[in-house]
Design a protein around this ligand. Structure first.
Ligand SMILES: *[C@@H]1O[C@H](CO)[C@@H](O)[C@H](O)[C@H]1NC(C)=O
Ligand SMILES: *[C@@H]1O[C@H](CO)[C@@H](O)[C@H](O)[C@H]1NC(C)=O
Ligand SMILES: *[C@@H]1O[C@H](CO)[C@@H](O)[C@H](O)[C@H]1NC(C)=O
Length: 415
């Protein structure tokens, strides 16, 4: 019944990433200036995403470190121009920056697993954009902190609230500081949630030109995956006793055991784990799935998984729920809600969702659209792709033609 352990885990991780797509944020108390650090070339290129997945295809690529206000050191890649070079229009200083943000349990490499002509970052670079790729705290190349050790539980004491409050604003500030330009944004899954939540708190607004949201996740209560539903229940109920509030490593044995237990639940079919978690993806390349399994799933914090599970359970976008300790944390018995009506109504938004996406269910997308119902009509573009599920938006062999072409013309229309 159960596939090989590594296949199982990789599928599981992609499922979870779908579940965990949404991230709220915490208010950023102090000035934005202090979020940046470095700007120098980070780790030896041989180890990083540039070397493994970008320069080998003939593109320039730079590695950067960005330090968040709470001390996490995030790895960021920049592809300043297309393969043909800067002939399209001077150096990268003239180009429009675009930031690409992955979802949960994966890292930035997830955008670079297809042949180069099908990969979103490289397509954007070839079309004249200055492309930046984010890597969320806790993932392979962002397991660093100015004082905390990833081996200590303190390093993992965060949920998507901190991605909203710290990670995304730090990366935005860094790119804005480097380019002096407003940024176009592409988010997938949790990458859409954290952006929406951040915007609802007034963050990013001054540095963002437009946003493309793929497989958007804000509400998760209609999630259709049986595995996802039991996983979410387990996370809320048991996870802290199982894992403690520390690292959630999808490649580790405790998580494997956890998943096997979930798959034994009636009605949960883990034979095709990826489908069980994300929906029936129509258009994945077998070679790409192999590469995906070699490179992903990536760690996140258990607290982030719990927060995502709370989002599924509670049917609303709110900060981490500490239960009886909410009063201590928030001065209220309930955690503060991220109010999406606060998103600027004139912000150009492109939203693309799939008919078979078990994580970003069409009901929940409709609820997101309802919450944007006061948005300027001309500023919201919606695309529905009937046979797409969650992973097709990042790795589908035809995503270039079906989705990325639309993203490209959306961004070009902002000029
Ligand atoms: C699938 O991936 C392999 C390896 O990257 C590539 O050679 C092949 O052309 C891809 N197939 C499709 C349909 O894109
Ligand atoms: C985790 O961080 C919160 C504040 O965000 C703090 O109240 C709590 O004590 C921390 N937990 C641990 C175990 O350090
Ligand atoms: C969200 O904000 C709008 C105004 O921007 C307000 O009318 C509405 O009551 C708020 N909703 C919640 C749940 O606070």
């Amino acid at each position: 019944m159960i596939m090989s352990v590594s296949g199982f885990l990789s599928l599981a991780s992609s499922c979870f990433s779908l579940l965990l797509l949404v991230e709220p944020h915490v208010a950023r108390a102090s000035s934005r200036g202090s979020t940046l650090a470095g700007g120098g070339v980070a780790p030896p290129a041989a180890a990083g995403i540039c070397a493994s997945s970008v320069t080998i295809h003939g593109y320039k690529c730079q590695e950067f470190d960005v330090i968040t206000q709470d001390g996490y050191i995030l790895n960021v890649q920049r592809i300043p121009e297309g393969r043909a070079g800067g002939s399209g229009g001077g150096g990268s200083t003239d180009k429009q920056p675009v930031l690409i943000q992955h979802g949960v349990l994966v890292d930035g490499m997830t955008w670079l697993l297809n042949p180069p002509q099908q990969d979103l970052p490289l397509i954007l670079a070839d079309n004249g954009f200055d492309v930046w790729i984010a890597n969320t705290r806790g993932t392979r190349f962002s397991r660093r902190h100015t004082s905390l050790d990833p081996a200590s539980p303190d390093f993992w004491n965060w949920s998507w609230d901190e991605l909203v409050t710290f990670d995304l604003p730090a990366v935005f500030d860094f790119i804005h500081g480097q380019t002096g330009k407003k940024i176009d944004y592409v988010g997938h899954s949790l990458g859409t949630l954290i952006a929406l939540a951040s915007l609802s708190e007034g963050r990013l607004v001054d540095e963002l030109r437009s946003a493309a949201l793929l497989s958007p996740v804000a509400y998760l209560s209609h999630m259709t995956t049986a595995l996802g539903v039991v996983a979410a229940k387990a996370f809320v109920g048991e996870i802290t006793t199982l894992f403690g509030l520390a690292e959630f490593n999808p490649k580790g044995e405790p998580v494997a055991n956890f998943l096997q237990a979930l798959c034994a639940n009636p009605g949960v079919d883990c034979y095709d784990l990826l489908a069980a978690l994300t929906g029936k993806n129509c258009c994945l390349n077998v070679s790409t799935i192999d590469l995906f399994l070699e490179n992903e799933p990536q760690s996140t914090s258990t607290k982030n998984m719990v927060h995502l599970a709370q989002t599924v359970r509670d049917g609303m976008l709110a900060k981490y729920n500490y239960g009886i300790l909410n009063v201590m944390h928030y001065g209220d018995v309930r955690p503060p809600v991220y109010n999406l009506s606060n998103i600027p109504r004139d912000l150009p938004i492109f939203l693309s969702y799939g008919g078979r996406d078990a994580l970003s269910d069409t009901w929940d997308v409709q609820r997101l659209l309802d919450s944007l119902n006061l948005h300027d009509v001309g500023k919201l573009t919606v695309q529905y792709v009937g046979d797409y599920a969650h992973a097709d938006f990042i790795m589908g062999v035809n995503a270039k033609d079906i989705v990325y072409g639309q993203v490209l013309s959306f961004f070009k229309n902002q000029q």
